[in-house]
Design a protein around this ligand. Structure first.
Ligand SMILES: Cc1cc2nc3c(=O)[nH]c(=O)nc-3n(C[C@H](O)[C@H](O)[C@H](O)COP(=O)(O)OP(=O)(O)OC[C@H]3O[C@@H](n4cnc5c(N)ncnc54)[C@H](O)[C@@H]3O)c2cc1C
Length: 341
């Protein structure tokens, strides 16, 4: 039998800062304890949430069933030669802490993903991305517990089926795998990725022409801190909507009516529209609706000013989706997962 904790307050474990109670909560740090806990979950038919840092979830007031948090720790270099270093990291490690540790170790590739909240185990779920880099760029493989077979399995990059804010864990097989350890393929030679214009401009503005890894890491942290609210100060879940990807013809249609449209070429004959721009143009930036609202420095971020609830936030999100659809004919999809559905 596992030592589940009952009626656990998760207010400090979701970045929106909602008051949430879990019927049962357990932190696991060994496969044996995970197996036992899952056996009980299955025997009792409890709904199950795997919780990381709670920074990509919109949680309702009460979570019936079970919540399990994976606490696997450790960063280990498996291979280190001139061409490549493979590093394995526990799913329970803090993502930003891991990125900082790699920087100290002189292993490169993830600098642009600094300061993203949450744990390593959740990072592959939506293939986290920022400033021109996504997790898939440096991903090697992972170890996960497969609830279907009851076995630990190794999944390659191809098997994870990464896409824009997507993977097998998010859309194709949600709930099947519990990520335990993740391996990254990194390099001891630093090659800056400055494909994101804002990052390059920021570095130029502070007089850095040939940035090293520390410069990029620091610049990413500084830009993020100036644009995004810190969850411990203002509750939020980062970008609340995905940037919609539309066919070229639709992009031209909108661009004709709104020449200042912010968009980037995406996969063949498609454009990725800046959701923040669409929301801003629809007049939502800085809007308050009771205790929740739209962040005044970045319209893509919905916030809880304190005392807000999931229902209030989802009502606001729906109003925003309707107004963007009405104005631009574009449908916005929520990025964080709502639980329970
Ligand atoms: C201020 C702020 C900025 C952000 N910026 C970015 C950004 O730039 N780019 C970006 O991509 N995201 C961003 N995010 C979103 C979020 O930080 C990431 O998606 C992060 O990876 C979520 O990690 P977490 O541990 O908090 O996951 P959680 O929110 O706890 O969980 C997210 C999902 O992953 C599942 N999950 C968690 N752990 C595991 C596991 N071990 N095995 C299987 N499934 C698991 C959960 O069940 C859930 O479905 C931001 C969020 C905030 C609050």
């Amino acid at each position: 039998m596992s030592s589940w904790n009952s009626d656990v307050d998760l207010s400090g474990k979701n970045s929106l800062g909602f008051k949430v109670t879990a019927e049962r909560y357990l932190q696991v740090d060994s496969i044996e304890s995970l197996r036992i806990a899952l056996y009980e979950v299955e025997q009792n038919n409890w709904p199950l949430l795997i919780l990381g840092g709670g920074s990509n979830l919109v949680l309702k007031d009460y979570l019936p069933g079970a919540v399990i948090s994976v606490a696997t720790q450790g960063v280990h270099v498996l291979v280190d030669n001139e061409s490549e270093a493979i590093v394995e990291v526990g799913a329970g490690e803090n993502w930003h802490g891991f990125v900082g540790q790699l920087l100290q170790m002189g292993l490169h590739g993830l600098e642009n993903l600094a300061l993203i909240p949450g744990n390593v185990g959740a990072a592959p779920v939506q293939n986290i991305g920022a400033y021109g880099v996504e997790l898939a760029d440096c991903f090697h493989s992972l170890t996960a517990y497969d609830r279907k077979s009851g076995e630990l399995v190794q999944l390659s990059k191809e098997q994870c089926q990464f896409g824009y804010r997507d993977s097998i864990f998010k859309s194709k097989e949600p709930g099947r795998y519990i990520i335990w350890q993740v391996r990254f393929s990194l390099s001891s030679v630093f090659q800056p990725n400055l494909s994101y214009k804002g990052l390059q401009e920021y570095l130029s503005s502070i007089g850095v022409r040939e940035p090293n890894a520390h410069d990029v890491y620091k610049a990413v942290c500084e830009i993020r801190q100036s644009k995004l609210p810190t969850p411990s100060e203002i509750g939020n879940a980062g970008s609340f909507f995905e940037n919609p990807v539309v066919p070229e013809a639709e992009y031209h249609r909108i661009k004709q009516d709104y020449p200042s449209l912010v968009a980037y070429p995406d996969r063949e004959s498609h454009y990725k529209l800046a959701a923040g721009w669409l929301i801003d143009q629809a007049g939502w930036k800085g809007h308050c609706s009771g205790s929740v609202g739209v962040y005044d420095k970045q319209a893509l971020v919905l916030v809880n000013h304190g005392g807000g609830s999931c229902t209030e936030l989802l009502d606001l999100a729906k109003e925003i989706q309707d107004s963007v659809l009405d104005k631009f004919g574009v449908s916005l999809q929520m990025e964080p997962r709502v639980y329970p559905v």
